[in-house]
Structures are given as structure tokens and as C-alpha cells.
Design a protein around this ligand. Structure first.
Ligand SMILES: Nc1ncnc2c1ncn2[C@@H]1O[C@H](COP(=O)(O)OP(=O)(O)OP(=O)(O)O)[C@@H](O)[C@H]1O
Ligand SMILES: [Mg+2]
Length: 360
């Protein structure tokens, strides 16, 4: 079992210096609004992903008025202990250590301690822009597929290069076709790798989502999901050739896997326009549970679950199902936040799981 035994936070967001030890599989984190519940989950996430789930810049995670921060976590996996340390130095330089050894590349750490976060703003995954759904797929695949992660990093670099070259061509009027061709060869290579992996992944992932939805809701609610990519019908090479004129005109790349999406419909209508708030939340949870089960299969260990404010908008039946799956059925470590300590402990007692409560 993968288990976070201990965590220490120094100058991380609202925390000056705090430590906790976790003794039970389930930990409830309670306290009024603004007391640091989400921040504590984010600290755990940080130790798994070498970055915050929420803050785009590391400096946002440093306690206001302070310089630098430090997080320490003691993980256990298959009875072996691992010490992780994240440091943001005063000059904002980041270091990440595993058992006192500094990582050269942070990407090497990602996936070592798989973890799934469910936060209120994640609703964007089901109703927001396609970017959110690509990020979801990337987050999952990156945790177990190093080829994918590497291809993604390269692809994004090439996309930037390609776009600046398109701007340069438009600016100077000079066609540097050889350079564009050189970029495109690589671009096609990495883009096709990403496409193949996404296609294979979604074939397994989508049915898992629908299955989980059915489990939580007791009905499928007529939801269907499909993987949309320009590469479904055409080769990436042909697509680039066909859109070259348009790319030149608009000075950006119009075809590629950076346009992929998961199309979600409900009774043949767009899910976003059709679904109720509870149904949105249910689909989000179904997606996250599918993420959990894919990671568990791939990593041969159950990921740590971080559940932030999952109580809102779910009816009793759905809540019960979620808790049953996460806290009883799965042998995993769970952290759950709630503003009502009583509501949370009542739920957990009803489930007959061993838990401890942190009150902030
Ligand atoms: N960099 C920072 N430095 C100092 N305080 C911060 C920083 N970033 C966030 N905070 C503060 O941390 C506090 C706790 O935030 P957090 O989101 O963890 O609360 P919460 O307990 O989850 O509340 P809610 O129940 O409303 O979700 C907020 O008051 C916020 O202003
Ligand atoms: Mg919160």
C-alpha cells in the first residue's frame, strides 16, 4: 500500500511551520473557510507532482511576506520508506529530493507516488475548454508512460518554435521553408506518438468513466464520450500540409494534437448545456475514479486520494456510493476535507472505516 506517514510544511501558503502524522487510512481535514484545508491537500499533491495543483507559479505557494518554502513528506510503499523534500530557495530556485538525492529532472519523480486530486474547480474538466480535458489525459498518462511524457514535452517545445517561426515569416516575408520542414518532421514524429497513446488510452478510459458514473448515479443518464482528434481521419503530415496557408496567415499552428478533445454529450446534446449541477459533479467524480483505477492498474499500487469539498451538490445516495468505493472497496489512503467536522465523521462512522480527524 502507498501511504503518506508524515508531512511537514514550512512557509507554505498560510502555514508557518506545521507537521502531521497520519495513522489511519482515512484522514478527515476539518475547519471553517479559509483555514488551510485545501492548502494541506495541495502540499501533499506537491510532494507527488513536484508542483502545486492550483498555483501556476511556485512563488504563489510561498507564505506571504516570506522568502522560500519547504515541504517534507515521508511515504511508505510496500513497506519501504521514502523521504521526499521540496525546497524553494530564497532566489526561487526549486530543488526536489528523494532520500537525500536531488533530482536532475523533476519529471523523473512524477508517477513515483501516484495521486488523484478532486477539487471543486475541477468541474471545468466537464464543462470547460478542451484544454482542461487534454490536461486531464496528460496528467494521467504522464504518471506511468515516460515515452508519452517525453513526447509531450518535445511536442510543446516544437509547437512554440513553430509558432514563432510562423510569426517571423509573416514579419520578414521570408520563407524559411527548410527550417519549417525540419521542425515539422520532428513535430509529426512526436505528435503521432502522442496521438497513438491517447487513442489507446481513451479506448480503456472512456468505458471506465461510464461504468463509474453508473455506479455512483445508479443510471447512465444518456451520457456518451468520445475522443476527438484531427488525426482520427488524416495523417498528421497531411494535416500540416493542408493547413500551411492558414497557419501562415494566422501565424499559429492550426492542426495537431493540441486541438484534441473529449466530446461529452448527454442524450445527444452537449453535456455542458444539458446536465444538472449534481450530474456534472457525478461525471467529474466518475472521471476521477476512472483515473484512480487506471493508475492503480498501471502502477500496481492504489494512488493516494485527495478529496476537496466533495460533499457539495451530491445527494445522499451518490455520496454514499462515492465513500463506499473510495474508503471501503479500495485499499488506499484518503484525505477528505469538510467544513463540518460532524457531517464528515458521521459519514465515516456509518461506513465503519478507521479514520482520524485533523481540525484546523
Ligand atoms: N501564499 C500565501 N500566503 C499566505 N496565506 C495564503 C497564501 N495563499 C493562500 N493563503 C491563505 O490561505 C488560507 C487558506 O486557504 P485554503 O484554500 O486552504 O482554505 P480552506 O480551508 O480550504 O477554505 P474553504 O473551506 O473556503 O475551501 C486563505 O485564507 C488564503 O488567504
Ligand atoms: Mg478549500
Amino acid at each position: 500500500m502507498l501511504y503518506l506517514k508524515k508531512i511537514s510544511l514550512f512557509q507554505f501558503k498560510n502555514y508557518g511551520s506545521n507537521s502531521w502524522e497520519f495513522t489511519e487510512a482515512v484522514t478527515g481535514i476539518c475547519g471553517p473557510n479559509g483555514t488551510g484545508k485545501t492548502n494541506l491537500l495541495d502540499a501533499i499533491y506537491y510532494l507527488c507532482f513536484t508542483k502545486s495543483y492550483f498555483a501556476r507559479q511556485d512563488t504563489f505557494s510561498v507564505q506571504q511576506g516570506k522568502k522560500g518554502m519547504r515541504l517534507e513528506g515521508l511515504f511508505e510503499n510496500n513497506n519501504q520508506s521514502f523521504e521526499t523534500v521540496a525546497i524553494l530557495r530564497e532566489n526561487n530556485k526549486k530543488e526536489f529530493l528523494l532520500d537525500q538525492e536531488t533530482y536532475k529532472k523533476f519529471s523523473e519523480h512524477i508517477g513515483r507516488f501516484p495521486c488523484v486530486m478532486i477539487a471543486p474547480d475541477d468541474a471545468a474538466i466537464v464543462v470547460g475548454l478542451s484544454e482542461e480535458r487534454r490536461r486531464l489525459i496528460d496528467t494521467i498518462l504522464s504518471q506511468y508512460n515516460a515515452t508519452y511524457l517525453e513526447a509531450l514535452i518535445q511536442y510543446n517545445k516544437l509547437l512554440q518554435q513553430r509558432n514563432s517561426l510562423l510569426k517571423q515569416i509573416a514579419g520578414t516575408g521570408q520563407h524559411d521553408i527548410t527550417l519549417l520542414e525540419a521542425i515539422d518532421t520532428q513535430f509529426v514524429y512526436y505528435g503521432s506518438i502522442i496521438y497513438q497513446h491517447r487513442k489507446k488510452f481513451t479506448i480503456e478510459f472512456i468505458p471506465k468513466i461510464l461504468e463509474n458514473y453508473q455506479l455512483i448515479a445508479g443510471s447512465g443518464d444518456g451520457i456518451s464520450i468520445s475522443y476527438i482528434s484531427q488525426l482520427n481521419e488524416n495523417s498528421f503530415k497531411d494535416l500540416l500540409k493542408a493547413s500551411l496557408q492558414k497557419d501562415m496567415l494566422l501565424q499559429r499552428t492550426n492542426s495537431g494534437i493540441h486541438k484534441d478533445d473529449l466530446e461529452i454529450t448527454m442524450q445527444e446534446n452537449s453535456f455542458k448545456n444539458r446536465a444538472s449541477q449534481g450530474q456534472r459533479k457525478t461525471l467529474l467524480l466518475a472521471i476521477k475514479l476512472a483515473e484512480f483505477s487506471v493508475l492503480k492498474e498501471q502502477k500496481k499500487v492504489a494512488p493516494i486520494m485527495l478529496l476537496d469539498d466533495v460533499f457539495e451538490k451530491l445527494d445522499e445516495q451518490r455520496m454514499h456510493q462515492l465513500f463506499y468505493i473510495v474508503c471501503v472497496q479500495e485499499n488506499c489512503q484518503v484525505f477528505i476535507t469538510d467544513t463540518h467536522a460532524e457531517r464528515l465523521s458521521n459519514y465515516l462512522k456509518k461506513m465503519q472505516v478507521n479514520f482520524s480527524l485533523i481540525t484546523l
